[in-house]
Design a protein around this ligand. Structure first.
Ligand SMILES: *Cc1c(COP(=O)(O)O)cnc(C)c1O
Length: 247
C-alpha cells in the first residue's frame, strides 16, 4: 500500500512526461507575459538541457521546443549530431580555446564577459564567413566566484567590441542572480539588469554590430518574475527535464 504521507503533487510530477512539463512551462510563460502586458511570443523559452540525453532533448523538440541551451561546449558537441534540427544557445562560461568548436553551431552565445573572448568569437566567425550573435553577461551579484562583468564596465566593453569585432553582433544582456530561496529574491537583480538594458538601447552604434533587443534572465525558480521585469529570453531546465544528476 502506498504510504498515506506520499505527497500527491510529487507523485503526479513524476508521472508527467517531458512533453507535459514543457507545455506547463509554456502556459506559465504565456500567463506571466500577459499579466505583464506583454505578448507571449516576445518571451523566448530556451530549454536548458545540461546533463540530459539527446533522446530527452528530442522529446522536448517534439513537444515544440525551438531553442535549446547547453552550458558546456563538450556536452553540446556530444549531443549535437543526435538532436533534431533546433536553435542551440551556449549559456555557460566559455573558454577562449573552445570557441572554434561552437561557431556556426550556436545561434547565440549568452555568456560573453571579456574583450578577449569577443575577439576570439570574432576571429572564428570571420573565418567561417558568418556573424555570431552574443549577449554580454552582467555579474549582478558582484560575486567573485561567478562570471560576468561589473555593470560599470558595460559601456566600455560594448564600445570595444563594437569597434573591434566586425563579425560579432551584440544583441543584449544576460544575467544569473545568486541562488534564491524565493522567486521574489531575484527581482532586484532582474530590475537592475532591465535598467541597464534600457540604457543600452539608447546607445547608438551600427546595427550590424549592435542590436540590443534581447534580455536573457530567469530560470526554473524565478522565470515568471524575470518576465514581469522584462526578460525576452528565459532559460528553463529542471522544471522541464527534472532534476540533474551531474556525472
Ligand atoms: C542550468 C542553467 C539554467 C537552468 O536552470 P534551472 O534552474 O534548471 O532551470 C539557466 N541558465 C544557466 C546559465 C544554466 O547554467
Amino acid at each position: 500500500m502506498r504510504s498515506p504521507r506520499t505527497p500527491k503533487t510529487i507523485k503526479s510530477q513524476k508521472m508527467m512526461t517531458i512533453s507535459d512539463r514543457f507545455e506547463e512551462i509554456i502556459k506559465r510563460r504565456d500567463e506571466a507575459a500577459i499579466r505583464s502586458g506583454r505578448k507571449p511570443e516576445d518571451v523566448k523559452l530556451v530549454a536548458v538541457t545540461k546533463t540530459h540525453t539527446a533522446d530527452e532533448i528530442n522529446q522536448a523538440i517534439d513537444a515544440g521546443a525551438t531553442d535549446i541551451g547547453e552550458n558546456r561546449v563538450q556536452e553540446l558537441l556530444e549531443k549535437y549530431e543526435s538532436v533534431k534540427p533546433v536553435n542551440w544557445h551556449l549559456i555557460g562560461h566559455l573558454q577562449t580555446n573552445k570557441v572554434k568548436n561552437v561557431i556556426g553551431k550556436v545561434v547565440m552565445i549568452h555568456s560573453v564577459d571579456s574583450l578577449k573572448l569577443a575577439r576570439e568569437i570574432d576571429k572564428r566567425s570571420e573565418a567561417a564567413g558568418i556573424t555570431t550573435d552574443i549577449l554580454i553577461e552582467i555579474n549582478s551579484a558582484m560575486e567573485e566566484t561567478k562570471s560576468g562583468i561589473d555593470a560599470k564596465d558595460l559601456k566600455e566593453l560594448t564600445e570595444q567590441i563594437v569597434s573591434e569585432c566586425g563579425h560579432v553582433r551584440i544583441r543584449g544582456l544576460m544575467c544569473i542572480p545568486p541562488i534564491a530561496a524565493e522567486p521574489e529574491d531575484s527581482r532586484p537583480y532582474f530590475k537592475e539588469a532591465a535598467e541597464l538594458f534600457e540604457e543600452m538601447k539608447s546607445w547608438d552604434y551600427p546595427s550590424d554590430r549592435f542590436t540590443p533587443d534581447e534580455l536573457s534572465m530567469g530560470m526554473s525558480g524565478d522565470f515568471e518574475v524575470a518576465i514581469e521585469e522584462g526578460a525576452t529570453i528565459i532559460r528553463v531546465g529542471s522544471s522541464i527535464f527534472g532534476p540533474r544528476n551531474y556525472r
